[in-house]
Design a protein around this ligand. Structure first.
Ligand code: IVH
Length: 698
C-alpha cells in the first residue's frame, strides 16, 4: 500500500521534520529539472508539493529548514545570463479549471467594481511558450529579458534580436518613449518536429515539447544557435510604460500589431459570462488545428482603467485569469509491464501500451510510478487502462477499466530481481530512519549494465561533463558496441586511432563529426572538481552537494583521501564530512558505500588517470565576514538578492534564510519584519545595506 498522506494537523513533530527534509530535496530537484527544460511532474503536482511544504512550515515554524524551498533564492534562474530587474514585475495568472470557476471570476470582477452590467473581456489563446519582456526606448529595442522569477529575469537581448517577429525598431508612431512589450516566445509544431528530427540525426538530446524547445533555444549562450532556431513571438501585454497609450486591451493589441508585432489572430472580444464560456468552447475546437501549442484561454477585462482599479493579489492580477484545458485522457490496452532501471538502480515500472493518439501525440509508454501504485490500483497486464497526458508530463496510467477486465487475468506480481542479465535481487529502499519506501532498487550497483548506461548518460549530461557531440543516444550506442563501458573509456576513445578510423567510415559519422567528438572530449580533460564529483554519480550527491564537497575539500587529492578514510569508517573523516554545510547522514552513507566498493574505486582511479581536475575555490578566510552567517531581509536597493548572496559567499560568509542564535549579521532593508525583530531580540548585529557594502569593501 502506498503511504497515506497524513493531514498536516495530525502530523507528529518528527514526521513533519522528516517530511520537510524530503520536500526540500524533492522540490529542489524539480526546480533543477524545470530549469533544464526536463520537468518530470506537472505544474499542478509541483504546486501540490509546494503547498504541502508551506502548510507544514506554517504549523511548525521552528522546523523551517535553511534550505526551505521558500528561502532559496532564484531557484528558477540559470546563472549564465546577467540578471535584469523588470521595470514592472512579470506576473503569472491564476487558473480556472471549470465553467464554474470562470463564472466565479466574472462575479468577482463585478463585485469588486460594483457593476450590474455585463463586462467586456478579451479572450486570448494561452500560448504555451515562455514569456519575454522587450524594452523599447524611443522605438528602439534596447533590452530583452526572460521572465525569471517574475522580478528578475535573464538578459537575452542578443538572442531575442535574432527573432524575425521581434522588431528592432517599432513601426509607425504614437508609441510611448519607453515601453516594455511583453509576450510569448514559442515554436510552431512543424518547426519543433524538424528541430527534434535534426537532434535525433545528430545523436543529440531531443526536447520533450515545443515549450521546452523554445526555452532551450532562447537560452543559448551562443546567439548563432538561437538564430538558427525558427522561434516566433506573439505580443499580448506590456510592463513599464512612460505614458498610457490605450484605453482597452483590444485597442492595445491593435496598436502592438501596428507597431510591427504579431498578435494572436484568434483573440476575441466577448461580453459577459456567456461570452467567456463560448470563447472557451471555440478555442477548444480550434486547438487541434492551430500550428502552435495552446494550453488554455486567457480572459482579460478589456477596459484598462478597470484593470487598474482591480489591481493585483500578490503574484496574479485580479483582472485576468487563465481558463486551462483539462488534461487529455484516453483508453488503451496494457500489453506489458517492463521495469526500467535508473542510474542509481531505482526501478520504475513502465506500461507498454497499444499505441494511441492523445492530444495529437502518439503514446506507447506510460509510467506506472512504482509497485505499490500498481498494487493499489490493481493494474493488470491485458487490462484496458485510462492514460493521461497533461502538458509536458510523462504520460501516466490512471487505472484499469474494471468492467472490461478479461477473465482469468492475474494481479501483477512485481519481479524480485533486476531485468539485467545478472538478475540481481531488488530491495526496497529504506529511509535513514529505517522505514520502507515505495522505491525498489537493484542491488547490483555498477555491475548492473542498466545502471552503467544510465551512469554514463549522467556522466556526459549537461550538468556533469557536458561533452559536445556525445549525447544520450550516442553513449548508449557506444556502450552497446563495447566502445565505452565506463567513464575513462570516453577519454581513451579520443586517442584510440583504430576506433576513430572505424568511426570515420560509418554512416552518418564522417570526418567532421569525429573531429568534433574528439575535440569535445579533449575539451573536458580539464574539469572542475565539483563537476568531477557530480559526474561520479554518487547517490544523493546532486550539483549543490558536489559543489559543497568540492569547496569543502578544495582539491581532488584531499577529496579522494578523505573518501578513502570515510569508506574505512574513520570517525574523524566522517565527522569532517558530516560537518560540511548541508551534508547529512544520507550523503555520508552513500559515500561510504560508493568508495567502499573495489569496483568503484578502480573506475574512479582509471578516470582520474585521464583527467586534470582543477582545485575548487576555497572559501576566503581573510575577509571581514569570513566564517560568519549572514541573513538578508527586507528589500535591497543597491544589490539584487542574488548579487548580495553571491558576494557574501565569495567572501567566505554563509548565507542563511532564517535568523537563529547561529546568525552573526542581519542585513535589513526597508520592509524587514519578523527576521529583523528576531535579530534584535537575539542581540544580533543588524546592518543597513549601505553598512554591509562598506563592511565588505564596496
Ligand atoms: S497575460 C499579468 N496573455 O501565461 C498577466 N499571458 O500563466 C500577464 N501566456 O507568464 C500575462 N498567453 O507566459 C498573458 N495571451 C496571454 C498569454 C499569456 C500565454 C503565458 C505567459 C504568462 C503565463 C501565465
Amino acid at each position: 500500500m502506498a503511504t497515506p498522506i497524513v493531514p498536516v494537523d495530525t502530523l507528529s513533530e518528527s514526521d513533519a521534520a522528516d517530511e520537510l527534509t524530503r520536500l526540500a530535496d524533492e522540490i529542489a530537484a524539480h526546480d533543477l529539472a524545470y530549469r533544464d527544460e526536463a520537468p518530470v511532474i506537472s505544474d499542478a503536482e509541483y504546486d501540490a508539493l509546494r503547498r504541502r511544504n508551506n502548510e507544514i512550515e506554517a504549523r511548525f515554524p521552528h522546523l523551517v529548514r535553511e534550505n526551505s524551498p521558500n528561502l532559496r533564492v532564484g531557484a528558477n534562474r540559470a546563472e549564465k545570463f546577467s540578471p535584469v530587474e523588470h521595470g514592472v514585475p512579470m506576473l503569472s495568472l491564476d487558473n480556472a479549471f471549470s465553467d464554474d470557476e470562470a463564472l466565479e471570476f466574472d462575479a468577482r470582477v463585478r463585485r469588486f467594481l460594483k457593476l450590474e452590467e455585463a463586462v467586456a473581456y478579451t479572450a486570448e489563446p494561452k500560448i504555451d511558450g515562455l514569456s519575454a519582456s522587450l524594452r523599447y526606448e524611443k522605438g528602439v529595442l534596447v533590452q530583452g529579458a526572460t521572465r525569471g522569477d517574475g522580478r528578475t529575469g535573464e538578459d537575452v537581448t542578443e538572442n531575442l534580436r535574432t527573432l524575425a517577429e521581434i522588431p528592432g525598431r517599432l513601426k509607425g508612431a504614437g508609441f510611448p518613449d519607453v515601453i516594455e512589450v511583453r509576450g510569448e516566445v514559442y515554436l510552431g509544431h512543424e518547426e519543433f518536429a524538424k528541430l527534434n528530427a535534426g537532434a535525433v540525426a545528430a545523436g543529440q538530446k531531443t526536447y520533450a515539447n515545443p515549450r521546452n524547445a523554445a526555452s532551450g533555444s532562447l537560452r543559448q549562450l551562443d546567439t548563432a544557435i538561437t538564430a538558427a532556431r525558427p522561434l516566433r513571438f506573439f505580443a499580448y501585454a506590456w510592463g513599464r510604460i512612460s505614458a498610457p497609450f490605450a484605453k482597452t486591451q483590444g485597442e492595445a493589441l491593435d496598436l502592438l500589431r501596428a507597431w510591427g508585432f504579431q498578435v494572436t489572430p484568434q483573440t476575441q472580444q466577448v461580453t459577459g459570462v456567456e461570452g467567456l464560456l463560448a470563447a472557451y468552447r471555440d478555442m477548444e475546437a480550434m486547438r487541434p488545428k492551430l500550428a502552435f501549442d495552446i494550453d488554455g484561454v486567457v480572459y482579460k477585462v478589456d477596459r484598462l482603467d478597470w484593470q487598474e482599479r482591480l489591481g493585483f493579489i500578490t503574484r496574479t492580477p485580479r483582472w485576468a485569469i487563465a481558463r486551462k484545458f483539462p488534461a487529455q485522457q484516453a483508453r488503451t490496452r496494457l500489453n506489458a509491464i517492463d521495469l526500467q532501471v535508473g542510474r542509481t538502480g531505482a526501478i520504475t515500472p513502465v506500461a507498454r501500451l497499444q499505441p494511441i493518439t492523445v492530444g495529437g501525440v502518439t503514446v506507447e509508454n506510460a509510467t506506472l510510478h512504482n509497485g505499490d501504485e500498481i498494487a493499489r490500483k490493481d493494474i493488470r497486464v491485458g487490462d484496458m487502462v485510462i492514460i493521461q497526458r497533461a502538458g509536458d508530463v510523462i504520460p501516466q496510467v490512471l487505472g484499469p477499466v474494471l468492467e472490461e477486465r478479461q477473465e482469468g487475468s492475474q494481479p501483477f506480481e512485481f519481479p524480485t530481481y533486476c531485468p539485467c542479465y545478472l538478475k540481481t535481487p531488488l530491495a526496497r529502499e529504506t529511509t535513514s530512519g529505517g522505514a520502507e519506501t515505495v522505491v525498489r532498487r537493484c542491488t547490483g550497483e555498477f555491475a548492473c549494465p542498466f545502471q552503467r548506461v544510465e551512469h554514463l548518460m549522467h556522466f556526459v549530461s549537461r550538468r556533469a561533463y557536458d561533452i559536445e557531440g556525445l549525447g544520450e543516444k550516442q553513449i548508449a550506442a557506444f556502450y552497446e558496441e563495447g566502445l565505452v563501458k565506463e567513464p575513462a573509456d570516453i577519454f581513451r576513445l579520443a586517442r584510440n586511432e583504430t576506433a576513430l578510423a572505424e568511426l570515420r567510415t560509418r554512416d552518418g559519422y564522417g570526418e567532421t563529426s569525429v573531429t568534433n567528438l574528439v575535440a569535445g572530449i579533449e575539451a573536458r580533460r580539464a574539469i572542475a572538481l565539483d563537476r568531477f564529483i557530480f559526474g561520479l554519480g554518487i547517490r544523493h550527491v546532486g550539483e549543490t552537494t558536489a559543489m559543497t564537497l568540492a569547496r569543502g575539500y578544495g582539491s581532488l587529492e584531499a577529496f579522494l583521501a578523505a573518501m578513502d578514510k570515510v569508506a574505512k569508517d574513520d570517525a574523524e573523516a566522517i565527522e569532517e564530512l558530516d560537518a560540511l554545510d548541508q551534508i547529512g547522514i544520507a550523503v555520508v552513507e552513500a559515500a561510504k558505500t560508493y568508495f567502499g566498493e573495489d569496483h568503484n574505486r578502480r573506475i574512479v582511479a582509471d578516470l582520474v588517470a585521464e583527467l586534470t581536475v582543477q582545485d575548487a575555490e576555497k572559501p576566503k578566510t581573510d575577509t571581514a565576514v569570513a566564517g560568519k552567517t549572514v541573513v538578508f531581509t527586507g528589500a535591497l536597493e543597491r544589490l539584487t538578492r542574488d548579487e548580495a548572496k553571491a558576494q557574501a559567499e565569495r567572501l567566505g560568509a554563509k548565507v542563511s534564510g532564517s535568523v537563529s542564535k547561529k546568525t552573526d549579521i542581519v542585513v535589513a532593508g526597508p520592509g524587514a519584519g519578523s527576521k529583523l525583530k528576531a535579530a534584535t531580540e537575539l542581540g544580533i548585529q543588524v546592518l543597513t545595506e549601505d553598512e554591509w557594502i562598506t563592511l565588505v569593501g564596496g
